[in-house]
Design a protein around this ligand. Sequence first.
Ligand code: NAD
Length: 415
Amino acid sequence: MKFERAAVIGAGAMGSGIAQVLSQAGIEVVLKDVKDEFVERGLKNIKRMYDSRVKKEVLTQEEADRLFANVRGTTSYDELNQPDIVIEAALETIDVKLDIFKTLDQVCPASTILASNTSALSISEIAAATKRPGKVLGMHFFNPAQTMKLVEVIPGVKTDAATIRHAMDLCRDVMKKKPVHVKECPGFLVNRLLFPYMNEALWAVQGGASPQEIDDMMVAYGMPMGPFALLDMTGIDICGHVNTFLYKEYGPRFEPSPLLDKLIAAGSLGQKSGSGFYLHEQGVIPKKGEPLKVNPKLDAIIKESNADGKLRTSSKKLDAFRIILPMFNEALYALQEDVVTPEDVEIGMEFGCGMRGGILSLAKEKGLSWCLDEINTHHKDLGERFRPSWYLKKLVRAGVKDFSQLQAKETITAR
Ligand SMILES: NC(=O)c1ccc[n+]([C@@H]2O[C@H](COP(=O)([O-])OP(=O)(O)OC[C@H]3O[C@@H](n4cnc5c(N)ncnc54)[C@H](O)[C@@H]3O)[C@@H](O)[C@H]2O)c1
């Protein structure tokens, strides 16, 4: 399928990044928001992205001007210009999205693919608001969309194979991204795997570790930044919301540490509010490796969190593996459910989280049997957060040491 014209709904942080990438690929883009001032802000953002590419000598000024001219702003659905694809990046509220997709279905040609950049809402539900559910899917970009390579391509239950293929081609061949095909499930791939890891770091802090100790440990392990630096950067309120959402969807494996809710109640929302796990100077982005001051309120918040008596102690000395294994185990659950292939797990964690080498490589390093033993020990000590996936047990019983030993037919075939 040829992509010549696109529309992006929502000119905020994500919408402007997505529109920039599409325009740089030579596609004419209509950027729609609800008010002129929001459209203007989005266009200014895109101009800034082009300026930065000129400064870095990725593009000449003439090239940047020509490509920026591919983007046109509007507040009207009448000006969408018969797009081949629409990517929606408006508010994360189901009613807003249902309304947008109902309208898009009426104003776009029957051949137009309709995609949502939702982080967590149901693609199948959004698709059901249209008369073309076969042409609706999720395209989950990562922030900042103009630089992050990963896109999770998520079909709903009725999305047809051609739509998935076209979206994958657009991401890979035209937008030069790294698309992974993810079956619809709560958290899709990256958030589903990242949150059990961050949640375990929270429980470990409740157990007496310091945020800085865990951050240093996880950076030494190979993460681009520690979980607490990441929580503060993303926003404690946003992370608290996702953590609770995943717990509601998946149950005890995701039992959230109460720390995030208590920090939210104390007004410590991370970098944007001046304090989270660390103290932040507002508007100043901490430099890599710079020592941070722990929020002095944290000790009292931990004490208060532990008062519910739910904290269990580990028989093992804290190490990076305890924090990373919930991510590994969740990856095995995702494989067990046929949500994704092992190859795409690694692409997702590398290009969505900056984890060099991915997460399943842990099996190569330590062996699946070691991973299962460790998970079992933590399961005994710490409870349901570490219930091992039966797929992991099955592989260990079969004598499989790591994923490279699996034949293609033993990995996911029903795709
Ligand atoms: N920010 C992230 O890290 C991130 C990452 C991946 C996905 N997402 C998802 O992308 C979407 C947008 O997030 P964002 O961070 O860019 O938000 P944002 O608040 O920066 O921008 C949203 C924009 O949508 C506009 N909007 C609201 N209702 C609209 C409507 N009916 N029609 C057109 N425009 C409308 C708003 O005016 C605003 O300009 C959300 O669904 C979010 O969950 C966000």
